[in-house]
Design a protein around this ligand. Structure first.
Ligand SMILES: CC(C)(COP(=O)(O)OP(=O)(O)OC[C@H]1O[C@@H](n2cnc3c(N)ncnc32)[C@H](O)[C@@H]1OP(=O)(O)O)[C@@H](O)C(=O)NCCC(=O)NCCS
Length: 151
């Protein structure tokens, strides 16, 4: 148990090496993938579940006290589908921002250019295509605000 925890701590600190910015007490559950680490920031006390995939090349900023459940996907990259060959066409990149105190439920997808406002909750399985205002509860594909957090 103690050895497991120690192993995960060491693995986490190696894995976080190369990020643009990183806070303290970040907890990661493996396996997970972060591509384009030099464009990705993660704030303090944020937790990221297993099988999360982050395409960071276009810039991904994750705030502090954020919870990202397993199997989420956050992408700042796409392909220019107007070029004749998708694979050889230019990449399109738009930065993504997930502000402090956000909770992404299981299997949420966040698309390029989106900002999820501070304190928001995104329901399991949702696809976030446009900005979500702070302290919203948003669900579905495409994710729509259904209510606001009451604190
Ligand atoms: C988003 C969430 C927090 C909302 O919880 P809630 O406030 O109790 O919501 P309700 O159950 O009252 O649902 C409100 C409406 O949204 C719908 N809804 C709730 N979650 C939804 C989801 N993930 N996708 C689509 N619709 C959803 C409900 O069907 C309901 O619709 P209706 O008003 O037409 O009946 C919760 O549904 C959720 O998705 N939690 C994520 C849990 C999770 O991923 N846990 C594992 C990792 S920590």
């Amino acid at each position: 148990m103690i050895l497991n925890r120690l192993f995960r701590k060491i693995r986490t600190s190696i894995f976080l090496h190369g990020l643009k910015e990183k806070g303290k007490y970040i907890s990661l559950f493996f396996p997970l993938t972060i591509e384009g680490k030099s464009n990705v920031s993660i704030g303090s006390n944020t937790g990221i579940g297993s099988y999360v995939h982050i395409w960071g090349g276009g810039g991904v900023k994750i705030g502090s006290n954020v919870l990202i459940a397993a199997h989420c996907c956050i992408t700042s990259l796409g392909h220019n589908y107007h070029s004749s060959k998708i694979r050889e066409g230019s990449m399109i990149s738009k930065s993504v921002s997930i502000e402090d105190d956000v909770w992404l439920g299981y299997n949420v997808t966040v698309l390029p250019g989106v900002t999820i406002g501070k304190g928001s909750v995104i329901g399991a399985g949702s696809v976030v295509c446009s900005d979500i205002p702070p302290y919203s509860i948003a669900v579905g594909n495409p994710a729509k605000v259904i209510k606001r957090r009451i604190m």
